[in-house]
Design a protein around this ligand. Structure first.
Ligand SMILES: NC(=O)c1ncn([C@@H]2O[C@H](COP(=O)(O)O)[C@@H](O)[C@H]2O)c1NC=O
Length: 510
């Protein structure tokens, strides 16, 4: 037996009338009776198309300022009846309930209203009750009813009407039911999160309606998907598909470069989510050259990000390097042309967007959620711990190093000289290891550490780090402070002419 059903009627109740016209025209052409609510009814009438007011079904006006218009047994009976069930069909006749085969609903814009900063009263009025009930009822009864719950589905639905002349298959109806529950659950999640803005209720709900299957996860034997709106953050100009690992690097890169947003030309090179090169200079070309000099070995296959438009001169330098991704607020047309010279190289324009206020990661059998670390250490935060005061140049390098430190995996030590990352120790199990790694790396790339500064993401539990740093020529240190043995580190610095400032803020990153 064919599971195709010919629709004879449709109930339409939409907030946003845009895109509805061709659908209404097609339904009318197919001889489908259209029922509708107030505003939608007027819209359809103005198109010169016959429409039956929903009040003709309910024999009730819309009441309470529109809070109750479709919430009526005759409307829900028309949607929820099982056509295979004899007693349901009998009841339809007994109570004069019209069968409703198609339900088209577009909900009140709750999230947009919240985002607009509207008053609580306005927000509450945008909690759609009738519409969400129509969607749930129609989707539940997908065996008999097709539910269109989003403007996004209008063009597919239009095509369906055209191809099948008003007939729908069970598979079509079930697919649309799934989409409908995607809409209704997303809507309710947004409402819950509005009511639980203070987090008083210990429940975590997130709903992301857009996702992209990636070629694979972190490794080729793992499946991977990105749930998020990539296009809201970037415009892709060129290059191959982004991978799972590219996306992780992008996340690290934009978070890092945002620290230098309003500053002089700054260029960063990242590998495995850590900066392996970063410099700030008068020209972007120089910033790139000096970022690369930080670690030209690690830069191979890296992700590059700039806080300024990439110009021709910088692009010509970048073009000599094999790199996966180049991100910038914009590219000059010559730079774009040059960088497109490698087929796979990904070029991205970073749009002006806010980053999420919370960070989420899986943990054990659940998730860990925390506020994003938005604290950037500034001069006013600093407490001078030593007799020696850092010079102005050292102070600006210390704050510069502290910003990099905040975005480097713990334990980390970052060494900076003249607004250039000399080296960092990343993701080490001891702070001494992190420091020694950074010194070895800096020396390997011919940095003279005399007069360089050191940033540490957390306090020094022992004076060993300042001792090693002092012997390497480091002249100033920035760290949170707070160890019971702080004084031992301070004493060593005082005895060896090293300036130390404390921020009072730890910047672990795991
Ligand atoms: N109260 C009800 O019975 C009801 N029934 C449908 N709606 C919503 O009313 C809107 C359409 O209203 P109109 O056709 O009057 O412009 C749609 O967003 C629909 O989801 C309702 N409103 C919200 O709860």
């Amino acid at each position: 037996m064919s599971d195709l059903k010919k629709a004879g009627s449709a109930l339409i109740s939409v907030f946003n009338k845009e895109g509805l016209e061709p659908i209404v025209k097609k339904l009318n052409e197919l001889g489908i009776t259209i029922y509708s609510t107030g505003g939608t009814e007027n819209f359809i009438k103005e198109l010169g198309i016959d429409v039956v007011p929903v009040e003709d079904i309910t024999s009730y006006p819309s009441i309470l300022g529109g809070r109750v218009k479709t919430l009526h047994p005759k409307v829900f009976g028309g949607i929820l009846n099982r056509q295979e069930n004899e007693s349901d069909v009998k009841e339809l006749t007994e109570y004069e309930i019209p069968q409703l085969d198609i339900v088209i609903v577009d909900l009140y814009p709750f999230e947009k209203t919240v985002a607009s900063g509207a008053s609580e009263e306005d927000i509450i009025e945008k909690i759609d009750i009738g519409g969400i009930s129509l969607i749930r009822a129609a989707a539940k009864n997908f065996k008999d009813v097709l539910c269109v719950s989003s403007v996004e589905d209008y063009s597919d639905f239009q095509q369906l009407l055209e191809e099948k002349n008003g007939e729908t298959s069970l598979a079509d109806r079930k697919l649309y039911a799934g989409k409908a529950f995607n809409i209704s659950s997303h809507y309710d999640t947004a409402i819950f999160n509005y009511f639980n803005a203070e987090g008083d209720i210990a429940a975590y709900k997130q709903s992301i309606q857009t996702g992209k299957t990636l070629r694979y996860g972190e490794n080729p034997h793992q499946k991977g998907t990105f749930y998020g709106d990539f296009d809201a953050m970037f415009s892709k100009l060129h290059g191959k598909e982004l991978s799972y690992n590219n996306l992780l690097d992008l996340d690290a890169a934009v978070n890092l470069i945002n620290e230098f947003k309003e500053e002089a030309p700054t260029f960063a090179i990242l590998k495995h989510n850590n900066a392996c090169g970063l410099a700030q200079r008068e020209t972007l070309h120089q910033a790139y050259t000096d970022a690369l000099a930080g670690d030209p070995v690690s830069a191979f296959g890296g992700v590059l990000i700039s806080n300024q438009e990439i110009d021709k001169a910088t692009a010509e330098e970048i073009h000599k390097l094999f790199c996966e991704v180049v991100i910038a607020p914009s590219f000059s047309s010559e730079a774009e042309e040059i960088l497109k010279g490698k087929k796979n190289r990904i070029l991205l324009i970073q749009k002006e967007t806010e980053l999420p206020k919370q960070q989420v990661r899986t943990c054990l059998n659940g998730v860990l959620v925390q506020d994003t670390n938005t604290k950037t250490d500034v001069a006013e935060d600093l407490k001078q711990a030593t007799n020696n005061k850092p010079t102005n140049a050292e102070l600006s390098d210390l704050l510069f190093a502290s910003k990099i430190c905040k975005h480097t995996k713990s334990n980390t030590i970052v060494l900076v000289k003249n607004k250039q990352l000399c080296a960092s120790g990343t993701g080490q199990t001891s702070r001494v290891d992190a420091l020694e790694q950074s010194i070895v790396k800096a020396r390997a790339f011919k940095f003279d550490l005399k007069g360089a500064v050191m940033a540490s993401d957390a306090f020094f539990p022992f004076p060993d780090c300042v001792e090693i740093a002092g012997k390497a020529g480091i002249s100033a240190v920035i760290q949170p402070g707070g160890s019971i043995k702080d004084q031992l580190s301070i004493d060593y610095c005082n005895e060896n002419n090293i300036a130390m400032v404390m921020t009072g803020t730890r910047h672990f990153k795991h």
